[in-house]
Design a protein around this ligand. Structure first.
Ligand SMILES: Cc1ncc(COP(=O)(O)O)c(C=O)c1O
Length: 354
């Protein structure tokens, strides 16, 4: 069935093992961010069998589907009050930045006769989730008194909103805050979670401060890529996900539309058309409902992606040396956002290649 995404599980497992080894060498625990797999139990199970002992996801629905897999589970999107029941039931740890949510987690954990672990998020400059120093301390002070909450550690998140990268300076800031809180409250945090794949270079170069003992990594492992720096990781497998689509129309057509133009296309966008004369155009059966088109790179480098609609992607195949016909398969490489959207579309079949 097409469209389909082929997932090279062997390559992913190899990457996970290599990155875990590197983390261990530097005294860092690896929490593998598996949200890109969008509920692929078989892949998560295989990763766990190959040594991954902690997984993270942003969606409680995915973590719920992994409930039979014995592995520590972290919810890495700060929880909604409306989901605390599921958070306590299906996860061991959640990242948090709101005291009112932690109080609700405590109430719910009491009901379920559990102790829920929280990692308190410090705002280190990227301006997504996290508390400024004073609030972090307030939350810590109250949380350590709650019976059914364990303050597991302190975390930061970078490179998501503000494009802020980890540096020796901001990592030192994290270390200093942690030391200050530990000394003041006479506690030792088990986990100091120093970020995501954008920390890969510092990890590799051994530049993370000693206090930082955890990273939550996704893209580095699944794509062999350092986001934010957009660097390839030499010794890791890349292109572990390949999207295959089928040609449903192939015709020669003018490159500029004909007739009176409206204000925008069906997605509210204004497209500029370049007159390249008559071109050979293929339509494949996949659309903006399934993937962000700008995240695709055709494997056949001579193909030009023109645009698409909900259900179609339009390609200019005139310059290809291949003589495509209806029913042929066109392959695409994907970036992180492309994989995430494609994996989330129920209209794209997943095929695991072992
Ligand atoms: C809170 C949090 N931690 C870690 C990650 C992992 O990021 P990356 O895939 O860049 O390693 C993400 C993103 O998915 C995240 O939202």
């Amino acid at each position: 069935m097409y469209p389909r995404i082929e997932i090279n599980l062997k390559n992913i497992v190899e990457n996970a093992k290599k990155v875990k080894k590197l983390c261990e060498k530097q005294g860092i625990s690896l929490s593998l961010v598996v949200k890109i797999l969008a509920d692929s139990k078989e892949i998560v199970q295989t990763l766990v069998e190959n040594g991954i002992d902690c997984i993270c996801d942003s969606r409680i629905m995915n973590l719920k589907s992994y409930q039979d897999i014995t592995v520590e589970k972290w919810l890495i999107r700060i929880p909604m009050i409306s989901e605390v029941k599921e958070v306590v039931k299906y996860t061991d740890v959640s990242l948090n930045s709101e005291m009112q949510v932690i109080r609700k987690l405590n109430d719910e954990a009491k009901k379920q006769n559990k102790k829920h672990k929280v990692i308190l998020m410090y705002e280190l400059g990227d301006l997504r989730e996290g508390c400024l120093k004073e609030e972090l301390e307030e939350i810590l002070k109250e949380s350590i008194k709650l019976d059914n909450i364990e303050v597991y550690g302190i975390g930061i998140n970078l490179s998501c909103y503000g494009e802020i990268v980890p540096t020796e300076e901001n990592m030192r800031e994290l270390e200093e805050i942690v030391e200050e809180l530990e000394n003041k409250y006479q506690i030792r945090f088990k986990v100091i979670s120093g970020g995501s794949s954008s920390s890969y270079n510092m990890l590799k170069e051994g530049k993370l401060p000693k206090k930082i003992n955890n990273l939550r990594l996704g893209e580095a492992v699944f794509l062999g890529n350092v986001p934010c720096f957009e660097e390839e990781i030499e010794d890791l497998n890349r292109n572990n996900f390949l999207l295959k689509t089928e040609i449903i129309e192939l015709k020669e057509k003018p490159s500029v539309p004909r007739g009176k133009r409206g204000k925008s296309n069906s997605f509210g966008e204004n497209i500029t058309f370049i007159d390249r004369g008559i071109r050979k155009r293929a339509i494949v059966g996949l659309g903006k409902q399934d993937v962000r088109i700008e995240c695709l790179t055709p494997v056949d480098e001579s193909i030009i992606i023109l645009d698409g609609s909900s259900d179609h992607i339009l390609l200019d195949v005139s310059d290809s040396s291949k003589h495509y016909k209806v029913g042929d398969i066109i392959e695409f490489k994907l970036n992180y956002a492309g994989i995430l959207t494609t994996m989330t579309s129920k209209y794209v079949e997943r095929k695991i290649v072992r």
